[in-house]
Design a protein around this ligand. Structure first.
Ligand SMILES: [Fe+2]
Ligand SMILES: [Fe+2]
Length: 171
């Protein structure tokens, strides 16, 4: 059974994951508009992943005697300077999410809520991966100077990313 504090914190995390999805959808739209279809694909895959993160928490709350309460999702920025700017903002946002996940783990530990602590471990690992991916792409963009042929090559590479659902099936 989730405590009221944990229930509220998990509901807030659903909102943060939904905002993440919204942010990456906005980035996908902006790169589509600019003809960078590979970047657009990458951000759309990211959007799907974030929606799944929200669903993962939604299922967890429902399965552990909590009540899901959805809040309004903030408007994301809709225009970005260039791909490097987007990935810098992506990394910054993911660092904020990592902090939020870590705070949830701290709360679970404080309450001796072992089930929630174990549930959150997946997110801890996921955040390490997310930040590493963003750092790698930032490094590549900086290497090619964020333009020209190099940018075109990165766009082709990002076009390869596909969405694979990792959501555990609900019995
Ligand atoms: Fe996420
Ligand atoms: Fe994320």
């Amino acid at each position: 059974m989730l405590s009221k504090t944990m229930e509220k914190a998990l509901n807030e995390q659903i909102n943060k994951e939904m905002y993440s999805a919204y942010l990456y959808m906005a980035m996908s739209a902006d790169t589509t508009h600019k003809g960078l279809d590979g970047f657009a694909n990458w951000f759309m895959v990211q959007y799907h992943e974030e929606m799944e993160h929200a669903t993962r928490i939604y299922n967890y709350i429902n399965d552990h005697g909590g009540k899901v309460a959805l809040k309004a999702i903030d408007e994301p920025p809709n225009t970005f300077k260039d791909p490097l700017d987007m990935f810098k903002k992506t990394l910054e946002h993911e660092q904020f999410i990592t902090k939020s996940i870590n705070d949830l783990v701290d709360q679970a530990k404080k309450e001796n809520d072992h089930a929630t602590e174990i549930f959150l471990q997946w997110f801890v690992t996921e955040q390490i991966e997310e930040e590493a991916n963003d750092n790698e792409i930032i490094g590549k963009l900086e290497m090619v100077g964020n333009q020209g042929n190099g940018l075109y090559m990165i766009d082709r590479e990002l076009a390869q990313r596909t969405f694979v659902s990792e959501l555990p099936s609900e019995e």
